[in-house]
Design a protein around this ligand. Structure first.
Ligand code: MN
Length: 362
């Protein structure tokens, strides 16, 4: 059941033990939203498997502890935060649970007691609205956590809509925080050598193909597929697909240049089609597209368009100008062979599906 932000308190009210559960490798957006809700409504804060480096830096700044892989059966209600995809929480068997998320539809929505899932730049923004509509003023720590969540999920406002700026202004006005304090949290994140190496490897292993007038680049790395794909787009690809093997799964992240998306390239739709051809399952649509008349969102930054979660790649084709939501990377069973082998199959299917339209140069 989809509920409104102001109904959250009522929905959570009768539950004695509530767990706010963040996805694997919990980032500041998941942690910020979960922490502020936990603080406002009571309960425990947890993440599956662990938190990201930036997430760790945030936790240190706000002095919060997170339970890692707690026994979910001990809780009356589990609120899954910042994902609606079962695989992102290790396919935990959940009985009574809710979802608060800003991503595309996911497999967790069907069984949820209630959910708030809408197109927003971050889950932190939704959490802020829940607090605001409930008349709850967040602590300094919660305000800082939400702020860092919004900053990181918008790529430091590179992909931000007006509502994110508005929320940040509200947070700053109502807390005695300086914006610089949030930036300070982020500057404390240790430089990740393995990430730099992954990006350099992605560049050195890049295979470049002209598809019509598009430059399609594929590469393979051991980790940081999303960052690697973004880097390849930044240095010249119209479309970048980067794969990596993770156990018996292949994780593929795609990125497209903004100009290419504006010219009509819908990476998510293509990935969905390719995913079906490659044996994946169907994908979801952004929450806004479920409602008649659409969400009326302004154009987001399509360059963050990715393949999607384990429910399948991509979402339904978005009309030109529709906001592109941050989708999850695509996971697919890794058949015989390496990620590279699999990626080539993907790239070939992808190339066959890509429209031969030229982006305006910008
Ligand atoms: Mn998020």
């Amino acid at each position: 059941m989809e509920i409104r932000e102001e109904e959250f308190g009522k929905m959570i009210g009768g539950r004695k033990r509530v767990l706010y559960l963040c996805h694997k490798n919990a980032d500041p957006d998941a942690l910020g939203a979960a922490f502020s809700l936990r603080e406002a409504f009571g309960g425990d804060l947890a993440a599956v498997e662990g938190v990201s480096k930036t997430g760790g830096s945030l936790l240190e700044a706000i002095g919060a502890e997170v339970l890692i892989d707690p026994s979910v059966e001990e809780y009356d209600l589990v609120v899954v935060v910042d994902t609606a995809v079962g695989l992102q929480i290790g396919d935990l068997p959940l009985k009574d649970y809710a979802v608060i998320d800003h991503h595309q539809e996911g497999d967790l929505l069907d069984g949820a007691i209630f959910q708030i899932q809408r197109a927003a730049d971050s889950t932190s923004e939704i959490a802020w609205e829940i607090l605001d509509k409930s008349g709850i003023g967040p602590s300094r720590e919660a305000a800082l956590a939400l702020l860092v969540g919004i900053i990181t999920d918008t790529g430091r406002f590179k992909h931000a809509q007006a509502s994110s700026f508005r929320t940040v202004a509200e947070i700053l006005e109502r807390s005695d925080l300086d914006y610089a304090e949030a930036l300070e949290v982020l500057s404390r994140v240790p430089t990740d050598t393995s990430r730099r190496i992954a990006l350099l490897r992605a560049a050195s292993r890049a295979e470049i193909e002209w598809k019509g007038e598009w430059i399609v680049v594929t590469s393979e790395v051991g980790a940081f597929e999303g960052s690697a794909a973004m880097t390849l787009v930044e240095i010249g690809a119209d479309v970048a697909l980067v794969g990596g093997a993770h156990g018996d799964l292949c994780r593929i992240s795609g990125r497209a240049r903004r100009g290419a998306v504006l010219a009509g390239l819908d990476l998510s739709a293509i990935l969905e089609e390719v995913g079906r051809a490659a044996g994946g399952s169907g994908g979801g649509r952004p929450p806004g597209s479920r409602r008649p008349g659409g969400s009326g969102n302004p154009q987001g930054d399509p360059s963050r368009s990715q393949g999607s979660g384990p429910g399948g790649p991509g979402r339904a084709a978005a009309p030109r100008g529709r906001r592109s939501l941050p989708l999850r990377p695509f996971f697919s069973p890794l058949y015989a062979g390496t990620a590279g082998h699999f990626l080539h199959r993907w790239a070939a299917l992808f190339s066959a599906s890509i429209p031969g339209r030229r982006s305006p140069d910008r």
